[in-house]
Design a protein around this ligand. Sequence first.
Ligand SMILES: C[S@@+](CC[C@H](N)C(=O)[O-])C[C@H]1O[C@@H](n2cnc3c(N)ncnc32)[C@H](O)[C@@H]1O
Length: 504
Amino acid sequence: MLQLYKGTTRLYSRVLSRQFSNTCLLLNEKKEDINKSNYGQFTKQEFENARTIIKEQIARLESEIKGESNIRSKLGSMPQFPSPSKSTARKVDTLTDLFAQTIQLTGPIPLSAYMRQCLTHSEMGYYTTRDPLDLRGGDFITSPEISSVFGEMLGVWYFTVWQSQGSPGKIRFVEFGPGRGTLMYDTLRTFNRFIAKASTPVDIEITMIEASDVLRREQWKLLCDEKHEFETTTEGFNKSTTQWGNAIKWVYTEKDIVDDEATANYIIAHEFFDALPIKSFTKTEAGWRELMVEHTPTVTNTQPKLATTEPVEKNDLFETEFHLTVSQKETPSSMIPALSPRYRDLAQGSRIEICPDAELFLMKMIQLLKPKLGAVMIMDYGVVDSIPENSLRGIYKHKFVSPFIKPGEVDLSADVDFDNLVNISKQASQGKIINYGPVDQGDWLHNIGVGYRIDQLIKQNESNPDVQDKIYGAYRRLTDKDQMGGVYKFLTLMPEGSEKPIGF
Ligand SMILES: C[S@@+](CC[C@H](N)C(=O)[O-])C[C@H]1O[C@@H](n2cnc3c(N)ncnc32)[C@H](O)[C@@H]1O
């Protein structure tokens, strides 16, 4: 018995010492594959015991990361928040109340839990209750909203990829976090124009992964015409038909995407990964410790305040009731940096940000690629050749503010860890997915030919210098290295055997 226990523990730590994503992969292995495995110095029983322990551990971790329930029915509920007993329950009108009461009951909460509620709480979340890209009252603007040329370039790019993959007759555009739907609109408009000249008909369908009902409506208004209603299916999905006649469906999470063998998936994620909840850790004398959100005015508050991202421009929206602090003890998530070779040897005092949700979304994107068919295009800001450290920021009315001010009313965003996305795609696909990039947005747009399109538009507007100035201004904003052209990166993932795509 002791022998078995020891063997199991050794195996347990050996398997766990892979990255979190690897562990997910192990769990996804089919029973038959496990039976065929080489158990090395362990018996099959030891292996199975270890597998059970890992499964429990991952289930706990996943439940902390994503919640246990389907986001569709329980978006915003927090299984790890014990609800106050009826006698002590106070009214919760804002996320500030919810966090203050929760922290008073449980102590500081993980940063990822705080972020998830702020962004997608069903009634008080940032994305679920507004259109953040609204031209008048919005908080930020994105490349597709600056100029339609951005989406046109993506349409051209996808057309060349489609052609290079043998012009498959059945394709699906899948967009994660489509905002107002502008990028899908310009991409499809361009793609459909080119494809109209194709000799054989192409069946195109669209799946949008969108947590916000408000934004789904905006997407429908832009992409569909009044002849096609915005319907709700019995499963709680929405569906309609675009103005070009393509079937379109909205789902809340990557788990709800329905795929089939015959369809090539062309995946788009623009400013999606930076909007996902992150976890933050620091390496202390005792090992990796998770950063938690603490409420300053609580009586029991004894935990020191840690710095958040230095403001570019100081304003009074950096003084907050909530702040980051270091967990005194190990949390279930501290095993993530402790077991990963990427973080294990970092010096004491290091601070890192990890986005487990990004790994889960990326794994789904990879699954949607078929041999020599499909492509993933990730466009976002983030770091290459380093690990994000302290990048979380709040964005409110076009200004950087503390991520802890006005919970639920401020956009939260963190740098994307591009190296991690590339590594995960390589590991998860066992080298069968090839990455191109990340390259700077400005370089990619120039490689595709944005300059020709801008020239064309400027010539078409010769009689209107104001419009010409606007077109040129948008071009500079999208491509200049000291503006979005240098800050944003393009990363493509394609199945091995595909031709190298243009733009890289
Ligand atoms: C920063 S906006 C980017 C919008 C658009 N791609 C653009 O560039 O204009 C993030 C988008 O992701 C969606 N989103 C954020 N978190 C999500 C989640 N967990 N699941 C699905 N959609 C999410 C938001 O509702 C929004 O549409």
